[in-house]
Design a protein around this ligand. Structure first.
Ligand code: AGP
Length: 593
């Protein structure tokens, strides 16, 4: 999704600093980039379709400038082209925007009647014109921005320059993240904190409808009253945006999993799970997330229900926020998010909080909106994840949820000792490393990478993992894949299975193994190419390829099961020469709904 950076300070290197911060936002996904900077009292705008690299070629980094705003655009309204790219400029106002102005057509109509004309197809240009109109009406920058907050519908983070106040950077936000970075003699605005860590780890979080006025100092206004904000310090691991020896961030992140899983499991088990919340007090538990985060909820459902006897309701955030929700006086809602900024998940959190229901967030990004706003937060400690397709954050989320389920089972005395599981967790790093290294995933990928349709099947917890494996394949290789509970295939979809159709089957869940084997036979009989991921040897008549994963305690099993699917997706995408770390159309941090 769009990324915003702004700089104002004593340094004349505003262009260099802004662009180097903007590059830290590349991971979010974008299709054009732009910058506006002040030079010789003029506002200069440069923008280019494609990567920041293309924009850099248009810039002279020796140009002196003390103030700049820059942007990576992930197209929503209008194609990815130079005209629609940000910054936009109308009248006195130049700005960059992240979010969606939902009432832009209505505002456009009004502004056109007032004589405004527009060059782009974007909602942003309308917002820009609206500020210009309000500024001319109020003859005051702050009053104009304050009135804007009452008019705009939707979500926005804006970095703004007025042409008659070129030493001041204005910033404003609602439902899209924006922070103000603070350093000696210089200030930044940014969509996330890691983007500015090269320069400072001190920052102020802007809340909805805060207006920041930044020149040689920072002043924050809320409804025209100046408000004092605490300066926070980001003291966590520096974002390592270096691929090291790996060809892609995704592969690097897959290989980071053994240590992350090991640390999370052992640090919690060593103290008998005492730092984790006890969920046995609740009568109703909802888990909410999007994409892979939602899949982790489905994995957790089996563990909680079958092994801790606690019912779990899983919801996709974009649905949950608009549906009727059923709470009891003993409800808790758990929110799963890598970025902690996903617009739908954040909106659900706010909705639930409005009902005074306790909230728990399982989040990877420190200091993110969801982490800040939930009543309790558990960090997944996976380190920064750069590849758009999540791998290590997913396994870290599954690990935390598995530990929460284990704690419930232990509390309820369904499990009476943690000794066995502790023992196997000490081996988990080696086990996971071997799983990554000892199988020739490339060899299997070569057999399926040219296919246009692939099916994934499994039952219960294996179905949940199959959904995630299928999403991995779709997002990075662009191969269509569909996932079914294994017993459901014959109710329609099996008509699509023909000779050599790949059917990837997950088979780790003993309780229902024989049923899934019958379903494998059904597709095999119809000529399917069957690839099985299982934690046991099987009759060779059942499969074309068998990937054996170690058999471990059920609370740990799903953490391992996904890894072969991540690697298969990776190799299939690589064979298809896809842009693995930045798949087309996708954004890492989905900050619009
Ligand atoms: C996973 O590979 C995806 N890129 C995506 O489904 C992601 O999990 C989803 O957008 C949720 O993001 P979040 O965890 O940052 O909230």
């Amino acid at each position: 999704m769009c990324g915003i950076i702004g700089y104002v300070g004593k340094s004349t290197k505003a262009i260099t600093k802004t662009i180097s911060c903007l590059e830290k936002l590349e991971y979010r996904g974008y299709d054009s980039a732009g910058i506006a900077y002040i030079n010789n009292n003029q506002i200069i705008i440069k923008k280019e379709r494609g990567r920041i690299e293309a924009l850099k070629k248009e810039l002279d980094f020796n140009t002196n400038s003390n103030l700049a705003i820059a942007h990576t655009r992930w197209a929503t309204h209008g194609d990815a082209n130079n005209i629609n790219a940000h910054p936009h400029q109308v009248g006195h106002v130049t700005l960059v925007h992240n979010g969606i102005i939902e009432n832009y057509l209505e505002l456009k109509d009004m502004l056109e009647k007032l004589g405004y004309t527009f060059k782009s197809e974007t909602d942003t240009e309308i917002g820009c014109a609206m500020i210009d109109y309000l500024y001319q009406k109020n003859n005051n920058h702050l009053k104009a921005l304050n009135e804007l907050t009452k008019i705009l519908k939707g979500s926005y983070a804006l970095g703004i320059i007025f042409d008659d106040d070129i030493n001041t950077l204005y910033a404003i936000r609602k439902d899209s993240p924006l922070i103000v970075g603070i350093n000696k003699d210089e200030f930044f605005i940014a969509s996330d904190i890691p983007a500015i860590l090269e320069y400072t780890n001190k920052y102020i979080t802007l809340e909805d409808n805060d207006i920041a006025m930044i020149n040689n100092e920072v002043k924050i206004y809320h409804h025209l009253k100046e408000v004092k904000k605490d300066i926070q310090s980001f003291d966590y691991e520096y974002v390592n945006q270096d691929k090291g020896k790996y060809e892609h961030f995704m592969l690097k992140e897959i290989n980071e999993q053994p240590a992350i899983i090991y640390n999370l499991l052992n640090e919690n088990l060593d103290n008998n799970l005492k730092d984790l919340p006890d969920l046995t007090h609740y009568k109703r538990i909802d888990i909410v997330g999007c994409g892979s985060a939602y899949h982790t909820a489905l994995v957790a459902k089996t563990l909680f229900e079958e092994y801790a006897s606690i019912e779990i309701n899983c919801y996709i955030a974009s649905e949950y926020r608009y549906q009727r929700n059923f709470y009891t006086d003993k409800s808790i809602v758990i929110f799963i998010s890598q970025s902690g900024e996903t617009a739908d998940t954040l909106a659900c959190l706010r909705k639930v909080k409005d009902h005074n229901i306790p909230t728990l967030a399982i989040v990877n990004a420190y200091g993110s909106s969801i982490a800040r706003e939930a009543d309790q937060v558990i960090y997944t400690k996976a380190g920064s994840e750069i590849a758009v397709a999540t791998t290590k954050a997913y396994t870290a989320q599954v690990t935390i949820l598995s530990l929460l389920a284990l704690k419930c089972a232990y509390k309820k005395k369904i499990i009476t000792s943690l000794d066995d599981i502790k023992e196997s967790c000490h081996q988990i790093k080696d086990i996971t490393n071997k799983l990554i290294k000892n199988t020739d995933y490339l060899k299997i990928a070569k057999k399926i990478y040219k296919k246009r349709d692939i099916f994934f099947i499994g039952r219960l917890i294996d179905y949940a993992t199959a959904l995630e494996g299928s999403l991995k394949l779709k997002e990075i290789s662009y191969i269509n894949s569909a996932t079914y509970p294994a017993g459901e295939l014959k109710h329609g979809t099996i008509s699509l299975v023909e000779k050599d159709t790949p059917v990837i089957t997950i088979l780790t869940y003993d309780a229902i193994k024989d049923k899934t084997i019958s379903n494998i036979k059904e597709v095999k009989t119809r000529g399917a190419r069957v690839i099985i991921i299982s934690n046991q040897e099987l009759d060779s008549q059942l499969y074309d390829d068998l990937i054996i994963i170690p058999k471990v305690n059920i609370f740990i099993q799903p953490i391992l099961t996904i890894i072969p699917l991540q690697l298969l997706a990776y190799h299939v995408a690589k064979l298809n020469k896809c842009d693995i770390d930045k798949p087309r159309n996708l954004a890492k941090s989905v900050t619009v709904e």
